[in-house]
Write a protein that binds this ligand. Structure first.
Ligand SMILES: Cc1ncc(COP(=O)(O)O)c(C=O)c1O
Length: 339
């Protein structure tokens, strides 16, 4: 039985494993000069537009640290939600490794608005304050919600009007596209986003993410930033081959659509239970709930899932969650609440 702990708890999609095995023939140039990484640039351009350039990296924290450095000066600050992974789940890496100040804002359902951002978009010419240079959004958010293309475009317009770049932490970018039913570029490139941390791991890869630069000016020094941030993987063909398997066809979308559907199914089966409250719109692959403590304890004995910083339980689905997994879990939730 699958767990509901994290989309990182799932295994590797068989098509990705097959691509890895196929890529394992012969020698290839190292550090990204291989055929797979070369081909991957065409794939990133197809998804994100002709100016896009992708830089494969090893993990999401690394992607964020590299991307945020590319989008800011050494004296820069990053405006983000108080639920942002860069703030709560990266052991201070953006502060420690990139030396950036995070300006953190409370939000409704994990999504920043222009009104929120306005509160920290000040003091641009005051050397006593780290200069706000980046707005970082997570799409889909840590709370399983999704920004619309129009919401991102409005934020980007405001940010650019204040000389700030827009970074998207897209560890679950595919889940957002699946929910919105639009291409990846519709809410990134076309909405004015400058740089994306694009996730592969949660969508069925064994490991690997990519920094995708959409604003060509931010390519400046990227090769150096990636290396000095310890994210330049020598046998890069193995990351790139996985991305090719994910992105050349529709595997990325199939996986994300399925994961989202499993969360919707789970929410649908528990939504009307008395004394259970769903905390946020279920738009991607997470369901956040509030439950009475005894029911929570009962469920924890049987299933693996997280208690979140918001005081809610987080139930996460993945590309390999089955309808049977969901139905069994929902049944256990019913039982726990009626005991
Ligand atoms: C929103 C978000 N960003 C980034 C990451 C990447 O983290 P890691 O460094 O573990 O790959 C995660 C993983 O949980 C995430 O949820």
């Amino acid at each position: 039985m699958s767990t509901f702990a994290s989309d990182n708890a799932s295994g590797v999609h068989p098509e990705i494993l097959a691509a890895l095995a196929a890529a394992n023939a012969g020698h290839q140039p190292s550090y990204g000069r291989d055929d797979y990484t070369g081909r991957l640039q065409d794939v990133f351009r197809a998804h994100f537009g002709g100016a896009a350039r992708g830089y494969p990296v090893l993990n999401g924290t690394g992607a964020n640290v590299v991307a945020l450095q590319a989008a800011s000066d050494r004296w820069g600050a990053v405006i983000c939600a108080d639920t942002a992974h860069i703030h709560v789940d990266e052991c201070g890496a953006p502060e420690k490794m990139a030396g950036l100040k995070l300006l953190v804002l409370p939000t409704g359902h994990g999504k920043l608005t222009v009104e929120d951002i306005r509160r920290e978009a000040r003091g641009f010419d005051d050397e006593h304050r780290a200069r706000p240079q980046v707005v970082s959004l997570t799409q889909s958010t840590e709370l399983g919600t999704v920004y619309t293309p129009a919401e991102i475009a409005e934020i980007a317009e405001f940010a650019h009007g204040h000389d700030m770049h827009v970074h998207v932490d897209g560890a679950r970018l595919a889940n957002a596209a699946a929910h919105l039913g639009v291409p990846l570029r519709a809410f990134t490139t076309d909405a004015g986003v400058d740089i994306v941390s694009f996730g592969g791991t949660k969508n069925g890869m064994l490991l690997g993410e990519a920094v995708v630069v959409l604003n060509p000016r931010l390519n400046h020094g990227m090769d150096y930033l990636r290396k000095s941030s310890m994210q330049l993987y020598s046998k890069m063909r193995y990351v790139s081959a996985q991305f090719l398997a994910l992105l050349e066809g529709d595997l990325w979308l199939r996986n994300a659509t399925h994961a989202n559907a499993m969360a919707t199914r789970l929410a649908g089966q528990v939504r009307d239970l008395p004394s259970l409250e769903i905390g946020h719109p279920v738009q991607a692959n997470a369901v956040f709930v509030r439950l009475p403590e005894p029911a929570l304890a009962d469920l924890h004995e049987q299933f693996s899932f997280s208690d979140w910083s918001t005081g809610e339980a987080r139930w996460m689905t993945s590309f390999d969650t089955t309808t049977k997994d969901v139905d069994q879990f929902a049944k256990a939730v019913h039982a726990a609440l009626t005991r």
